[in-house]
Design a binder for this molecule. Structure first.
Ligand SMILES: *[C@@H]1O[C@H](CO)[C@@H](O)[C@H](O)[C@H]1NC(C)=O
Length: 252
């Protein structure tokens, strides 16, 4: 496995939400931990206190103290900042809560790898420069960071290759589709190679220019029908022969 592990995810961990309502007024709050680096060095811890949709006090671990945004907010933020216990506790939570939880999540989810499933198929195309197009698809891999390459008789092909982005499925998995436009030559070997963090060695699939599976299935179904027809016809013929040989011809 030679690919560098590319990990660039943005994880927002919502720790808790607290709400309350009285006399048509509504207050709520939430805390979140935000980071995108693997070592959590950019971890930011935010506590928001909200009254009727407006944040009136916020603690941002980068700022390091409570900030008030309304008269009441400024008053309370000032009180909380003067309370060493409360301030120390809020400052410590970026390590105690955010990094601690992020580490658990990282080992449980984001450090895992799932190898792709690779499929090579022929696709019809609308007016390209070459008559044939092959599509190499890699499905259900995690994390993103995959290498899909084409080879013709062992040599890497760079031209006439187009690829989609690594598309997120929305369920942590990704997929990608790479197309190769080519002019078929007899005896030539075309292969697609896929390398990913979940693989110990690249998956290489050679293109089999014989009939695709769907065509083979049609032929198989047709052939089975033919065989069944012949069996029924033969059985009928045998039955008919038996019947007619048992009949006695009566001279008139
Ligand atoms: C936290 O504070 C830093 C420094 O002021 C700022 O760059 C960052 O955008 C703030 N984060 C949020 C979520 O407000």
């Amino acid at each position: 496995m030679s690919l560098p592990r590319v990990l660039c995810f943005h994880l927002i961990l919502m720790l808790s939400a607290f709400t309350g309502a009285a006399n048509g007024y509504y207050w709520s709050g939430w805390r979140e931990c935000i980071h995108s680096s693997r070592d959590f060095s950019d971890m930011v811890y935010i506590i928001n206190y909200i009254f009727n949709k407006d944040v009136f006090i916020q603690f941002n671990s980068t700022v390091g103290e409570f900030v008030g945004y309304t008269e009441l907010g400024v008053y309370n933020a000032d009180l909380w900042n003067k309370d060493p216990n409360q301030l120390q506790q809020a400052r410590a939570e970026v390590d105690r809560v955010c990094k601690h939880n992020a580490e658990i999540r990282q080992t449980a989810i984001t450090d895992k790898t799932v190898a792709p499933k690779v499929k090579l198929s022929s696709v019809t195309q609308a007016g390209g420069r070459h008559p044939a197009v092959l599509m190499c698809s890699a499905y259900r891999f995690y994390p993103h960071g995959i290498k899909v390459s084409w080879m013709r008789d062992g040599a890497v092909v760079k031209t006439d290759v187009t690829s989609t982005e690594e598309m997120p499925n929305g369920d942590w998995y990704y997929q990608i589709h790479s197309h190769l436009e080519y002019t078929p030559k007899s005896g030539e070997k075309i292969s697609c190679a896929v390398d990913h963090a979940g693989l110990t060695k690249p998956i290489i699939i050679d293109w089999d220019p014989s009939l695709p599976e769907s065509e083979r299935n049609k032929i198989a179904i047709g052939a089975s029908g033919l065989v069944l027809g012949i069996i029924i016809a033969a059985a009928g013929l045998i039955y008919y022969k038996k019947k007619s040989s048992g009949r006695i011809l009566v001279p008139t």
